[in-house]
Design a binder for this molecule. Structure first.
Ligand code: MG
Length: 159
């Protein structure tokens, strides 16, 4: 059995478009502006995808789904994460678990944590934990200019 660990980090700035939804971990969070990005800007799904790709050495989501490619404009990032998991499986990898820390001054993550965990767990077919954390007023995240997410992923395969 071979095991590998990977980490992923992503950060997106809030959009000034009031009609843009905020999507975190595949869940639409109401009552908050959305994040700017080429895709749906799901910072949690992106960090998880990068942690998985990093674990197996398959690059990162910027390489797989470049933001210069019109195919990914407005893309559902859960779909991108599904594609990442599919590529891992092709190479014989299974996800053991994923752990995420979402850094957001607002909105509060806790009310959505269980829904995010369930959605992400269904996609990676392994336990996913999601923790919300405020930035204590420090820097751009502390000024609520955007949201960041860090993720760790463990994967395994038979040889
Ligand atoms: Mg991103």
């Amino acid at each position: 059995m071979t095991m590998r660990v990977g980490n992923g980090f992503d950060i997106h700035r809030f959009s000034s478009d009031p009609d843009r939804p905020l999507v975190l971990g595949g869940i639409v969070v109401t009552g908050s502006p959305g994040l700017m990005g080429h895709s749906d800007a799901d910072v949690v799904a992106h960090a998880v995808a990068d942690a998985l790709l990093g674990a197996v050495g398959l690059g990162d989501i910027g390489m797989l789904f470049p933001d210069t490619d019109e195919r990914w404009r407005g893309a559902d990032s859960i779909g991108l994460l599904e594609e990442v998991v599919r590529r891992l499986r092709v190479d014989g990898w299974r996800v053991v678990n994923v752990d995420c820390s979402v850094v957001a001054e607002r909105p509060a993550i806790a009310p959505y944590r269980d829904q995010m965990r369930e959605r992400l767990s269904a996609v990676v077919e392994a336990p996913v934990s999601v923790k919300g954390r405020r930035a204590e007023g420090i820097g751009g995240l502390g000024r609520a200019e955007g949201i960041a997410c860090m993720a760790s992923a463990l994967v395994e395969r038979d040889q």
